[in-house]
Design a protein around this ligand. Structure first.
Ligand code: MIG
Length: 782
């Protein structure tokens, strides 16, 4: 590799143009929703000058000018070196941009092999005159930590390892497996309380070597022919997340039901089994929102079909379940069975919609359907077609779509085992190599599905779950973390995995509760369901060959505990839905690492086994069998144990971890809306019963968002405000609630308050004191 050099820089039309004998570049300023961004773009082929983006859109220009070596614009600044090219930005010193293929780090085995086959590599890389690839060197700072990068194994801080973006189906991943299904070339760097972000808008394989090969240096590498980098100034971690989601897009508000409890298995083999599982929930009074159909509902793994014997009438099944509030979700894989007379194949072939091989023939491989071909989702007409096919499911009452195997995963290609379990880099999507668009496959498939559902049922909010995705996938789908195993280690790892996905802009995420591969047991499933009650996406799923893991699978002892966890989830729904609405507006995830709200606290920086739900609830799950206690770290502020009401100051404390529950803390001053558990969410809004759980504080505040739970009618907001004066012991609460008259019960639970001297409203005592809030106002002396 050799340094990129420029001989001059000039400002023109608010853009800084970089010129050199081999390389050209631009620094551009942008603005969106009050956030400023800098784009540093370097290329060497004239045809790349106008490179677009698959993800970023709707930016307004922010004019830049040059002052000495500094690039300045309103609210942003960057220092440049031209020869060799380097930059300084916020806390980032990036002394060198290197060009040329970086064989030891970046290149996949397949490409190395191709390179040994003469000029094939040159062809893959489109005959680049200078080889290919760029790597930006970052000077490391001791106190810097890195987060983001989407879905990853490991702990919270991603420094010290090398991470690759190359969507990969790895069904048996381990603590150090990389890469996995998602590709998010995004970093959030934190240095003390300041943070900055970096998004590499490149869809080719990219590599983030974070002080791994060399502790003094990190490397951000792309194997593609351009280097397209967005810099996000911060200055707080919260600003970086808000700005990054302004840049790459936000998740739309999901239908309320998506936040309920989901039950899945590969597979419930026939209609009878599906009905029996539903009965199992109803008999035991366990809430159930949706049952999921895995690949065996299809006839011969053909998408947009159902098996005539095992699932003779999907519509009737969906209708019967729906009558009791339960939705059906069906899996749709991208691999289309190549079979004469199968209309999806015939139509796709006639229109030339499938991915082609390097000889420009239909690329034939094998996945669950054998043989199989793959739609080319990079083309809009293919996405439109695919989206429209979903009419099949909607007509049969299916409520949501589950996209799997969309890395894309392939078992074989052209009669041979598929290297890397995917399509060859030389496959063609239109005139692009698979190498360029591989990472986009899941994103674009989800987009096709989401847009199709929205077109077909414009009055409803689509629900799509995807396994693979790229930066921005949150605009179209929820994400689950693929094939974990029934290990306590994977229970533990799920939290940092979901937290980093959240920081990477994907708020609606979950891991398979109970673990997908391997055999769960009652205690593991109980612990996992309690943690899962806080996953934005709460689904129990298990794989073929593993023990069944419905809530009652391990006997009464465990059923009790699991039922409690699922019921707790339903109590929490008013708050979860409020946070979901916030996520759709601000990009902030539901589940957040401690440091996001406590950036000044060094002890919060690496905590991987606790999380915040919103800003006000802190959870600290039990993660080992037989565990009776664990250490909990509470950041700045006063906290109340959310079940027992005990008060804690910031710091460490040993907490008991009983099976019925989870160590959960509520920030002093926070009011959280809870409801009574319902069997499902049909007709639940507006909440008939609301209990605002108040953790006393000098200032008290809580928010509730409500709408119809689906569709696009505007929503309403309820606010609880007030305060507690510790000297006079006077508590004042005022509720502004436009739906007040429609509720049967509205109360404030005074967390940890056991006695009350006097109140202006009716009150009663359970474990804690409950004040009637139907008058919209209450005063009490404690
Ligand atoms: O090759 O559809 O991650 O959730 O149950 C396995 C069967 C394919 C992988 C998914 C898993 C799903 C399974 N699928």
């Amino acid at each position: 590799m050799y340094p990129v050099r420029f001989s001059g820089a000039r400002a023109e039309g608010g853009v800084i143009h970089l010129e050199g004998p081999w390389f050209q570049g631009r620094v551009e300023g942008y603005r969106k929703e009050g956030h400023a961004f800098l784009r540093v773009f370097v290329y060497h082929r004239p045809e790349d000058a106008g490179k677009g983006s698959w993800v970023v859109e709707g930016l307004a220009p922010l004019p830049l000018f040059l002052e000495g070596g500094r690039v300045l614009g309103e609210g942003v600044g960057l220092e440049l070196d031209l020869d060799p090219f380097g930059l300084r930005f916020s806390g980032l010193r990036a002394p060198l941009l290197l060009a040329g293929a970086l064989v030891p780090v970046g290149l996949p085995e397949e490409m190395v092999r191709l390179s040994q086959e003469g000029d094939a590599l040159k062809e893959v890389l489109d005959g680049l005159p200078l080889g290919s690839g760029y790597g930006l060197l970052l000077a490391e700072e001791e106190g810097r930590r890195y987060y983001g990068l989407g879905e990853r194994t490991g702990f919270l801080d991603k420094k010290g390892r090398r991470w690759t973006n190359w969507a990969t189906d790895d069904p048996h991943h381990h603590p150090d497996t990389d890469p996995l299904y998602q590709a998010h070339p995004f970093l959030l760097a934190k240095e003390g309380e300041r943070a900055w972000g970096l998004y590499l808008d490149e869809t080719w394989r990219t590599v983030f070597d974070l002080a791994f090969t060399d502790p003094e240096t990190s490397l951000v590498y792309t194997e593609g022919p351009t280097f397209d980098l967005y810099l996000i100034p911060g200055p707080a971690p919260l600003d970086v997340v808000r700005a990054y989601t302004a840049l790459t897009g936000r998740a739309p508000l999901p239908p309320l039901w998506a936040l309920g409890y989901h039950q899945c298995r590969w597979s419930y083999p026939d209609e009878k089994t599906v009905r029996k599982v539903a009965e199992g929930f109803w008999e035991r009074d366990i809430p159930l929102e949706a049952l999921w159909l895995d690949i065996d509902y299809m006839e011969g793994y053909k998408v947009f079909t159902h098996d005539p014997h095992r699932f003779p009438d999907l519509g009737r099944l969906a209708g019967d379940l729906r009558a009791r509030g339960v939705k059906l979700v069906a899996i749709v894989d991208p691999g289309v069975k190549k079979e004469e007379g199968y209309p999806v194949y015939e139509e796709g072939r006639a229109r030339g919609y499938f991915v082609r091989n390097r000889k420009d023939e239909e690329l034939v491989g094998a996945v669950w359907p054998q043989p199989a071909v793959w739609p080319d989702f990079t083309r809009e007409e293919v996405r439109d077609w695919w989206g429209g096919l979903h009419r099949f499911y909607l007509e049969r009452g299916v409520a949501g779509i589950w996209n799997d195997m969309n890395e894309p995963a392939a078992f074989q290609v052209e009669g041979r085992p598929a290297p890397g379990k995917t399509l060859p880099s030389t496959a063609k999507h239109g005139d692009r190599w698979h190498a360029e668009v591989h990472n986009l496959y899941g994103l674009l498939m989800s987009r096709a599905t989401f847009e199709g559902l929205r077109r077909l049922e414009p009055g409803r909010r689509p629900f799509v779950l995807t396994r693979s995705g790229f930066a921005g996938v949150q605009r179209y789908a929820w994400v689950w973390t693929g094939d974990n195993s029934s290990y306590y280690e994977h229970l533990e790892m799920s939290l940092p995995m979901l937290l980093n996905l959240g920081l990477s802009g994907v708020p609606f995420v979950g891991a398979d509760i109970g673990g997908f591969s391997g055999d769960a047991d009652g205690e593991l499933l109980c612990r996992w369901t309690w943690l899962g009650a806080f996953y934005p996406f709460m689904r129990n799923h298990s794989g073929k060959g593993s023990r069944r893991q419905e809530p009652w699978a391990f006997g009464k002892r465990w059923e009790r505990c699991i039922r409690e966890a699922i019921r707790f989830r339903y109590r929490l729904l008013p708050h979860l839905y409020t946070l979901a609405e916030e996520a759709s507006r601000t990009g902030l995830p539901l589940l957040r690492p401690l440091f996001l709200h406590h950036p000044q606290d060094p002890r919060a920086e690496a905590v991987h086994d606790q999380a915040l739900l919103g800003e006000d609830l802190l959870l600290a799950p039990a993660l080992r069998p037989g565990q009776t206690h664990r250490l909990v770290y509470l950041p700045q502020g006063v906290w109340y144990q959310a079940f027992t009401g005990e008060m804690y100051a910031s710091g460490f404390h040993p907490a008991p971890t009983p099976l019925e529950g989870i160590p959960l803390y509520q920030r002093a001053g926070a009011a959280i809306p809870f409801t009574d558990p319902l069997p499902h969410t049909e007709g639940a809004l507006p909440w008939r019963s609301l209990v605002w759980q108040v953790a006393l504080g000098e200032e008290i505040r809580g928010r509730l968002y409500e709408d119809e739970g689906d569709g696009y009618a505007p929503g309403l907001e309820a606010l609880l405000e007030g305060g507690f004066d510790p000297v006079s012991r006077r508590l004042y609460l005022r509720l502004k609630d436009p739906n007040l008259a429609r509720r049967l019960r509205v109360e404030a639970r005074l967390l940890g308050v056991r006695t009350l001297r006097e109140a202006t409203v009716p009150w009663r005592k359970e474990e804690d004191i409950l004040l009637d809030l139907r008058a919209g106002e209450a005063e009490a002396w404690l």
